[in-house]
Design a binder for this molecule. Sequence first.
Ligand SMILES: Nc1ncnc2c1ncn2[C@@H]1O[C@H](COP(=O)(O)OP(=O)(O)OP(=O)(O)O)[C@@H](O)[C@H]1O
Length: 717
Amino acid sequence: MDQQPQPQRQHKGRPVWQPREPKADAGIGTHQATTANQNSSPKNRRHGKRAKKSVDNPSAAIETETSVEVEDVSSEPARQAEPAASNTVHLSETRFQDLVAQGVICPPTGRALKEEIGHEFLTLVQDRTILEILDGNDCLAQAKTGTGKTLGFLIPSIERLYRTCFKDPSARPVLPHANSVSILVISPTRELAQQITVEAEQLVKFLPFQVQCVIGGTNMTSEARRLNSEGQRCDILVATPGRLLDHLENSGTKAACANLKVLIFDEADRLLEEGFKREIDKIIAYLPPAKLSNRQTLLFSATIPPSVHQIAKTALLPNFKFITTIAEYESSTHEHVPQFHMVVDMCDLLHVSYSLVRKLFSVTPKPQLHPKIIFFFPTARATQLFAELLVAMLPTFAQPRPQIFEIHSRKSQSARTKATDAFRGIDNTVCGSILVSSDVSARGMDFPNVSHVIQVGAPSSREQYIHRLGRTARAGSAGVGILILAEFERFFLTRTLKDLNLTEYPGLQAFVNDQGNAGLVMQGLQNVSEETKSMAYAAWLGFYNSLLKEIRWRGGKDELVTEANRYAIGCLGCAVVPGISKKTVGKMGLKGVPGLTLVDDNARGGQRSMGNASSRGRGGESQSHGGRGGGGSGGRGGGRGGAGTMQNNGFAFAAKDDISTPATGGPNYGGGNYRGGESGSSSARGSAFSRGERGNGRGGRGRGGVGRGGAGGWTGN
Ligand SMILES: Nc1ncnc2c1ncn2[C@@H]1O[C@H](COP(=O)(O)OP(=O)(O)OP(=O)(O)O)[C@@H](O)[C@H]1O
């Protein structure tokens, strides 16, 4: 077993990044372009549909004069907060075409790399993994975000398949049966699965192999038909865990995987965490045993905490290779990415966030690249609220106004896919853009030219902070990270991220003191529905309830509720503290805590009592108003779909973390494992793995019990 990280190779031929000279005239909104990751690259041409023309809800705009110039709140010091220069430090000196010439990569893949993908040099991680995987070894591979791990596992896996099919170059290839899956890639999120699928399709463009993708939130029956169709091959299957399990159990995919050659876990640490583990264990049980079948297993991630090293020992064959391009003394973040923090009173969070964005957009971009920003929020409802607020405040932005996109688990899959494609396709030379997202976009998503990642509220873990930050500065490009915390979340900075050396954002106090913007935000909040606010309030309670230990409030749950109420009134501008259902309160363990406004459980999902009726009976499919509730099947137990009544036991508890999360059942606050609520299968078979949120309303029989996903409609990610 070779688990010793080998030292990072010195690359001689490539230009090496040098610290940036300070630029006197660049503003904080400037984003330095990189040739490695421009919209015009072959890859991005394929990925990118054109940008969405209009915002989600333009009619919600507040009445205020247009193009208000933002005050220069941060002035000179803020200039330090610009993106640093791009670099090529992640590249090796090996060219893809050298590997083709040496016979390491087959000519059709070489052609795809040249004509479809367009990269010249391998990245360091690719340089290491391709040969190791071709040798047939199981691998645990770690490299920083945005350094090309996807090709690092796809190229050698496809090459291995090629070699088995094209043993004799003069004879016809011997292909597996059309429905046989040779390479299985598991991804924790739907969007990432779709993205990997596109990259795999590009790679096999000149090979007789085909790629299929199965993810939650789409039609299970048509997927099953596609998987079993004689007319469509399935050499490479990319899947999210929940949907994959459904297919293994119900669509004949188990037989299709009988000759599986390579099993890949992308974002392996996430997939092997408690929240997914049961599902992953079941999936593995359906696959042929690695030892007997010669199946190779590959684990990839930018973050591999010690617990995953332990699990890797059981998941991989004993002689597995641990490959890392991160030296022991290095952090997992990119050194060329400035990271800042802003710690403010909770009531200032929204206006500081808004002021920051306006500041970033007020600077004339040089070169002509407008900001492309991703905002991360801890819960789906907080994400929704901020997106609605930004849309309402669009008239306060100068022309060309940014386009706003919103992605989280409470959106339908088609809306999510549309927003993902549109944000990916935004051309920074034309206008700016802001994606407001929950953790569904935290890992793996490759949006070109993201200039700033702004995280509001404590991320669920150090790893999650790193992955979110990794949405900027990809493939050597430039970027900036900003973490905005409420005072009580300071622990995240001082304890969890202690070694990462974030510095205070220049001119922070000016942002805090900007009463003009604070007033504008309060005005904007009047255009955000009470229902959205009340769901954000409940989600806030749920989220911080799960962080009680870390926050160490002296007043415990009493203080939690006091702060939640301050959030509702002082931050969200609610006139009164929103109501919350007794059942929800019970499940959060907050029964009897003073300060809560209890409402009847039958009042349509507690605090969602003002929700519209459209979500009823749809198995929790409603998109934004009324929550997805109405009795989504409720995680495990509860069947799926359901009749749309609140009697359903499947109360959507945790679900912070969009993701295709296994339904581990039971309320989950306080346990730290605060995820779930996504995928859900659309079949009505009532499997123990159905998650509630996206049941299709067919009312499959469930097993009772309390799960997550489904009815709650107020948390989720
Ligand atoms: N050899 C290469 N040369 C230049 N760019 C590359 C190369 N390989 C990959 N890229 C580009 O780098 C970007 C990031 O790649 P990828 O998404 O695979 O990164 P990752 O390491 O998997 O990131 P994450 O940890 O966030 O999942 C993509 O735009 C990809 O096209």
